[in-house]
Ligand binder design. Structure first.
Ligand SMILES: Cc1ncc(C[n+]2csc(CCOP(=O)(O)OP(=O)(O)O)c2C)c(N)n1
Ligand code: SF4
Ligand SMILES: [Mg+2]
Length: 288
């Protein structure tokens, strides 16, 4: 990885922000020959306001519903100009990806444009005050689910795999080497790539800022956020955990699950292990 940072210091993200870790890792991989897009979200803090920006590369602020449409349009424009060596990279939140921007993302993937779409999943609409999104897990507190969310988290990775995306991976702000390797791989993909990154948010999940990396790793090592990739639909688990941590350790570190019942936790634990084992069984096989 190159050492120069293509993101300025002194940004106004919260202390310990995992999204910023993801952004800095991304830029080390993509370098100067990239155009960066963000939708309204915490990542827009990096794109900035008026004449100020946090990126040292050209950047663009889309609407919340259409970052992928802008990415595909820019790609088409660059290709017409013969500028094939410039990467189009998007950094979007979960709300802008699994809910509001889903139609644009699905359309751009179906058309097969070459771009790298990175979703940092902090599991709620954080920038506007911690409202629940389709990516918020069941039982999590948010300001719009004061008693805990009743519905399940959307499976955006499964949805895009079902669409036949050429390269897709999960990643974590707690394992930046694994994230960087996947971003590096995405550079060589001829069509769309999608990386779904776990990005714990101390503000919204209610934990001390110093715990960001610990909590990121607990999500991975409890089996809740398995690290895997799929090239042309073939699954490869990039971190196989032989002794999964109890989910309780991850849950107890966060205020957002403080009202979760023992029964709900036990159910979640069982589902997590079952889902993890089903993923391991798919190693080397097609997703569907
Ligand atoms: C169509 C539309 N609806 C609502 C908003 C207001 N809005 C701006 S940022 C944001 C939160 C986005 O959440 P997410 O994509 O998860 O990113 P995060 O804030 O968590 O980083 C919302 C709802 C908007 N800009 N456009
Ligand atoms: S609210 Fe969360 S995602 Fe947004 S800047 Fe703060 S820590 Fe980062
Ligand atoms: Mg979010």
């Amino acid at each position: 990885m190159k050492s120069e940072s293509l993101i300025y210091n002194g940004l106004t993200t919260c202390e310990g922000c995992a999204m910023e870790i993801v952004a800095r890792t991304m830029m080390k991989v993509f370098g100067h020959r990239s155009i960066l897009l963000t939708p309204p979200s915490c990542s827009a803090i990096l794109t900035g306001f008026g004449r100020e920006t946090g990126w040292k590369v050209p950047s663009f602020q889309s609407n919340l519903e259409n970052i992928a449409a802008y990415m595909s349009g820019m790609r088409a424009g660059l290709d017409i100009q013969g500028k094939k060596d410039i990467f189009i990279v998007g950094l979007a939140g979960d709300g802008g990806t699994v809910d509001i921007g889903l139609q644009a993302l699905s359309g751009a993937v179906e058309r097969g444009h070459r771009f790298i779409y990175v979703c940092y999943d902090n599991e709620a609409y954080m920038n506007t005050g911690i409202q629940r999104s389709g990516s918020t897990p069941r039982n999590a507190w948010t300001t719009t689910t004061p008693g805990g969310k009743k519905e399940d988290k959307k499976d955006i990775v499964g949805m895009l795999l079902a669409q036949g995306i050429p390269y897709i991976a999960t990643a974590s702000a707690g394992y930046v080497d694994d994230l960087a390797r996947k971003l590096e791989k995405a550079k060589d993909v001829e069509g769309p790539s999608y990386i779904h990154v776990s990005a714990p948010c101390s503000t919204g999940w209610r934990f001390p800022a110093a715990d960001t990396v610990t909590i990121s790793r607990l999500a991975v090592n409890s089996g809740l956020w398995p690290l895997f990739e799929a090239t042309d639909g073939i699954i490869h688990v990039t971190r196989k955990v032989s002794n999964l941590e109890p989910l309780e350790v991850f849950v107890k570190k966060q205020g957002r699950f403080s009202k979760m019942s023992k029964e709900d936790l036990a159910k979640w634990q069982e589902e997590t292990v079952d889902k993890y084992n089903r993923l391991l069984a798919k190693e080397g096989l097609r997703w569907n």
